[in-house]
Design a protein around this ligand. Structure first.
Ligand SMILES: [Zn+2]
Ligand SMILES: [Zn+2]
Length: 446
């Protein structure tokens, strides 16, 4: 018999308390009791798994799933699922766990929102990325078994693992995808890559033709397939194991080091998407087509935003070479470009060296101006009140166009108006904002 809302035994109440305050061992002991049903419901219709997901406790979630917790239970008063609670908690490993346990990402809550939309609403973009990029391993493994009259599977079993790693990536940077191909000797053969690329095309077709069409996943599969096809061309033509391909992707044009080939390749891959009626394709083309090559937004950032749900690349630094999140090594000369490690820096140096010194001089000039500006402001060390607008116009720092115009327009100021810096080096947090932003501000200075 299905559990009733709020009909909890003493032991079940204890389990819920332990989930929020206790240890996994205690929870394990509770679950051992005959009086505890793992899918019991509290008065709001929340299961223990929902509580654990909401509290962001990965080990508790794991334990509950091992004890048979139902991941798609949908008795919550507002129609929230465990996956939705996981997304709200901001713990991406829990989101992943729920999806692997079979959570349905398309369930809607009582106001018609999916788990991905709810996570986006509370700013948990990493969780959105995980949900939007999840593809169950079984679906890929389907291609490793011969279908119909075929005696050979479309995908050899040994390729399933490496390909799965590529298709679940949330970093769509073409260099990163080439890295993943290079990493695995099994993939470094044209025949293997052709098979992978064909399977991706078939998954893409399935995503578009199934009843609950998934354009995002279809676009991702198509895009990766295009990059793999390019790898095939380079493996056939060059003997250097894709190094020429990587170089071409990174090579910047003379004026500002913008990687034109990379931009064109991504644009072309998007354009080649075989379902021209797809809304997502039209959206992407509308955002990219009017942009001159070298201006913002780049095709990579538009595509990444569409596929992973990452907005504005906030809160993380991205490697200039491979687009990996969390890069922290700066070029020691210009201090303006960031890499994951020495390897990424070395790969980029052949093109970055043309502009590194110029960037350094620009930075120093800006720092100098900044220091002068600070001194000038110190003079206005009086009490006052200001209301105004700050506007910031930034390039995307991935491609070395690292200067930002920050301006302040005072709408009202009491006593003194602050001098307006016309162009200053960008403060670190703002450097991750992209495009044109304006903020209204009110401040009091003492
Ligand atoms: Zn990197
Ligand atoms: Zn540099």
């Amino acid at each position: 018999m299905a559990p009733k809302k709020g009909d909890l035994t003493e032991e079940e109440r204890e389990l819920i308390t332990v989930i929020s305050k206790g240890t996994v061992e205690e929870a394990g002991r509770c679950l051992g009791s005959k009086e505890v049903r793992v899918n019991c419901l509290d008065e709001h219709g929340m299961t223990p798994l929902m509580h654990a997901a909401y509290k962001g406790k990965a080990d508790m979630c794991k334990l509950l799933l091992q004890h048979g917790a139902e991941v798609n239970c949908n008795e919550h008063e507002h129609g929230y699922t465990a996956l939705m609670f996981a997304g709200l908690s901001g713990k991406k490993e829990i989101v992943w766990m729920m999806l692997e346990a079979g959570a349905d990402p398309d369930v809607l809550n009582s106001v018609g929102r999916t788990a991905s939309q709810m996570a986006a609403f509370v700013g948990q973009h990493d969780c959105v990325t995980v949900i939007n990029n999840f593809y169950p391993r079984e679906k890929l493994d389907y291609y490793t078994k011969p279908q119909g009259l075929n005696t050979e599977p479309k995908l050899p079993v040994k390729l399933s693992g490496p390909l799965y790693k590529i298709i679940t990536t949330t970093n769509l940077h073409p260099v990163k995808i080439v890295f993943m191909v290079k990493e695995n000797p099994l993939l470094m053969e044209t025949d293997a890559l052709k098979k992978c690329s064909n399977v991706l095309d078939q998954i893409c077709e399935k995503c578009m033709k199934q009843q609950d069409m998934n354009e995002v996943l279809a676009m991702k599969m198509h895009y990766i397939s295009c990059i793999l096809q390019k790898c095939i061309t380079y493996i056939q033509e060059k003997e250097d194991k894709l190094d020429t391909f990587i170089k071409s992707l990174l090579k910047g044009r003379d004026s500002d080091c913008f990687p034109v080939f990379q931009e064109k390749l991504i644009r072309e891959s998007i354009r080649k998407f075989p379902y021209c009626e797809a809304t997502l394709l039209q959206q992407l083309v509308r955002s990219i087509a009017p942009v001159e090559i070298g201006s913002d937004p780049t095709a990579f950032s538009v595509l990444t935003q569409a596929i992973t749900g990452q907005v504005g690349f906030i809160d993380a630094e991205f490697c200039t070479t491979c687009g990996e999140k969390g890069a922290s090594k700066r070029c020691s000369v210009c201090k303006l470009v960031i890499y994951c490690d020495q390897n990424c820096q070395k790969l980029h140096w052949f093109t970055h060296k043309k502009i590194c010194k110029i960037l350094k001089e620009k930075r120093e000039k800006h720092e100098l101006e900044d220091a002068k500006e600070k001194k000038r402001q110190e003079k206005y060390n009086n009490q006052g009140l200001c209301i105004g607008i700050v506007y910031i116009h930034t390039g995307f720092c991935l491609y070395e166009r690292n200067f930002y115009n920050v301006g302040i327009i005072n709408l009202y100021s009491y006593r003194y108006s602050l001098p307006v810096p016309s162009s200053i080096g960008c403060p670190p947090r703002l450097s991750r904002l992209k495009g044109f932003k304006t903020f209204l501000f009110i401040y009091v200075y003492f």
